[in-house]
Design a protein around this ligand. Structure first.
Ligand code: SF4
Length: 263
C-alpha cells in the first residue's frame, strides 16, 4: 500500500525521553506502514491526524542535516513512534542518511521488525556503541496477517537477527507484545538465544493497544480477553512466564508488565 507522505522540517534531531534505559529518542519518521493493530504509537494521531494508522508517514526531511550539528550523551533510542526500516525507507534512505551523519560516538539503540535493517550493517560497524533489536513475538501467520499486516514474518525477523549477529552487531530480541495463548515465549527464546546478546520482554499493554485492538481480541479470542481481565489468573500467567525466562538463563534487560499493576 502506498502511504500518504507528509514532508516536514524538524527543529531538532534528538528529544529527551522517559523510555526506560534511554535518555534521548530520534524519530526521522512519524507513523508506520507496518500498521500493527496494537501499536502503542497510535497516540501520535492526536497531533498528526492524517487518517488510519499505517496509511501515512510524516518524513522529517532535514534530519540528516540536523543530526550533523547535534551531539548528545546517554543512550539514544531510534524510532519510538515509527519503524526506522518500514518499507518507505528502502526508497527514501532517510534512516541511512541520518546514521551516516550521526556522531559515531553516539550510544545508539535501534529496534525494528524489518530485515531492511541488514542494508545498514556497514554503518552500524562505524559506531562505538550500538545495539540493534528485532521484535519477535512468534504470532502464527494467520494472527500476524490480522494484527501486523505489513510487517515481515517471524522467520524473516529471526534470520535478520542471526545475520546481524554473524556480522558482529550487538543484538537484542524484543519479545512483545506477550499475549497468553498467542505467544510462546519459551520457543522464541530457544529459536533466538544463539544470536541474541540480551532480551527485553513486554506483556501486552491493553490500554495503549487501543480500542480497535481490544475489540479484535474480544471478537477473535474472547477466552484470552476474559482471561486477561481475570486479575488472579493473569497474574498467575505472568508469574509462569517470568519463571520460564529465569530458567532459560538468558540475559534480561527488562520485563515490562503494564497490567495488572504488580504491587
Ligand atoms: S512496527 Fe512498531 S511502530 Fe510500526 S506499527 Fe508496528 S508497533 Fe507500531
Amino acid at each position: 500500500m502506498t502511504p500518504k507522505i507528509i514532508t516536514i522540517k524538524a527543529k531538532k534531531a534528538f528529544t529527551r525521553t522517559k523510555i526506560p534505559g534511554a535518555r534521548w529518542v530520534i524519530n526521522q519518521y512519524i507513523g508506520c506502514q507496518h500498521a500493527c493493530l496494537y501499536c502503542y504509537a497510535k497516540f501520535m494521531r492526536k497531533w498528526y491526524d492524517y487518517g488510519d494508522w499505517g496509511n501515512w508517514v510524516v518524513v522529517k526531511e532535514n534530519l540528516p542535516e540536523l543530526v550533523k550539528k547535534e551531539h548528545v550523551t546517554g543512550k539514544v533510542y531510534m524510532s519510538s513512534v515509527s519503524d526506522a526500516y518500514q518499507p518507505i525507507e528502502s526508497k527514501l534512505k532517510l534512516t541511512r542518511r541520518v546514521l551516516e551523519n550521526m556522531d559515531t560516538g553516539t550510544e545508539l539503540s535501534i529496534l525494528t521488525k524489518s530485515e531492511l535493517v541488514l542494508r545498514d550493517i556497514d554503518i552500524f560497524r562505524r559506531f562505538e556503541s550500538i545495539e540493534v533489536g528485532l521484535t519477535i513475538n512468534g504470532f502464527s501467520e494467520s494472527v500476524r496477517r490480522e494484527i501486523e499486516p505489513y510487517a515481515p514474518s517471524t522467520e524473516r525477523r529471526i534470520r535478520a537477527l542471526r545475520i546481524l549477529h554473524e556480522n558482529g552487531v550487538r543484538t537484542y530480541t524484543f519479545v512483545s507484545p506477550i499475549i497468553p495463548g498467542l505467544v510462546d515465549v519459551e520457543s522464541i527464546i530457544q529459536n533466538t538465544a544463539d544470536f541474541t546478546d540480551f532480551y527485553f520482554f513486554e506483556f501486552l499493554n491493553l490500554r495503549a493497544s487501543g480500542k480497535g485492538f481490544r475489540e479484535w481480541l474480544l471478537h477473535s479470542y474472547p477466552k484470552i480477553y476474559n482471561f486477561m481481565h481475570d486479575e488472579a489468573s493473569y497474574l498467575g500467567y505472568i508469574a509462569g512466564i517470568n519463571g520460564i525466562i529465569t530458567r532459560s538463563g538468558v540475559k534480561v534487560m527488562d520485563i515490562a508488565v503494564h497490567y495488572p499493576k504488580i504491587k
